[in-house]
Write a protein that binds this ligand. Structure first.
Ligand code: NAI
Length: 216
């Protein structure tokens, strides 16, 4: 498949939302929906939806609307959620284990197949969590050379992250789902990094309470 050019980040960021809504509609047996109805449910405008989907070739039919299962299939393909890209997790602590269950424990397609988790804690090394082995972080380089993971999920503290990223990058890894507070993109501008900070979202909620409830 040729690489798509000029798709804006805001369109890309809306794709998972289309996926979620269409999945729900499809699962509840809806087979057809107008762009107006889909827009209403998603809190967008019909023209916005048409513009977004036109970036990938359209998919709607004048006077018919959208075929829900078909559009869901198209969005799934665009996102690649059924690809099962090989990935590894660094850090098998509380967060790493929770994320690993999200990735491989539900049976739902998440886009990735978790090959292994890596940790430095001898008590964790050699165990298996939900079918995923926990291996020695010292063996990551050899593992990457043999298994070529596409993506890495980072669930470790910032300390130690610099060294491990360098190793992974030198092994050819370019895709990072980063829960650590280390700024990967600064040193590796060609890496694709999705930073996740639960605290940002929680603090935003906190702000709203503070703003609303403390009015004199
Ligand atoms: P945890 O202490 O339960 O687990 C951390 C694990 O990482 C431990 O098993 C430890 O042995 C391992 N580890 C440490 N350095 C390592 C290295 N260089 N290589 C491989 N493994 C290593 O902590 P938890 O709760 O799982 O959190 C992990 C990190 O994620 C923390 O630094 C925390 O700040 C961050 N975090 C980020 C969140 C976010 O939304 N971005 C939310 C929660 C935690």
């Amino acid at each position: 498949m040729a690489k798509r050019e000029n798709i804006s980040m805001s369109v890309i960021r809306r794709l998972p939302r289309y996926y979620r809504f269409l999945n729900e509609l499809s699962s509840s047996g809806v087979t057809r929906i107008s762009s107006g109805e889909l827009a209403k449910r998603m809190g967008l405008t019909a023209s916005q939806i048409r513009q977004d989907l036109n970036c990938f070739g359209g998919f709607g039919q004048q006077g018919y609307g959208y075929d829900v299962p078909k559009l869901f299939g198209e969005i799934s393909t665009i996102l690649g959620v059924n690809e099962g890209y090989p990935a590894v997790m660094i850090g098998a602590g509380n967060l790493g284990r929770a994320v690993s269950i999200y990735i491989s424990g539900s049976g739902k397609p998440r886009g990735f197949r978790l090959l292994a988790m890596f940790d430095i804690n001898p008590k964790l090394i050699g165990t298996c969590y939900n079918g995923v082995p926990v291996l020695d972080a010292g063996d990551i380089e050899e593992f990457c050379k043999e298994n070529s993971p596409k993506a890495v999920f980072l669930c470790i503290p910032s300390e130690g992250t610099k060294h491990i990223i360098e190793t992974l990058y030198n092994c050819g890894v370019r895709y990072f789902w980063n829960f650590s507070h280390y700024d990967i993109a600064m040193n590796y501008p060609d890496a694709i990094v999705e930073n996740v900070h639960l605290s940002d979202s929680l603090m935003t909620l906190c702000y709203h309470i503070t703003d609303n409830e403390n009015v004199q």
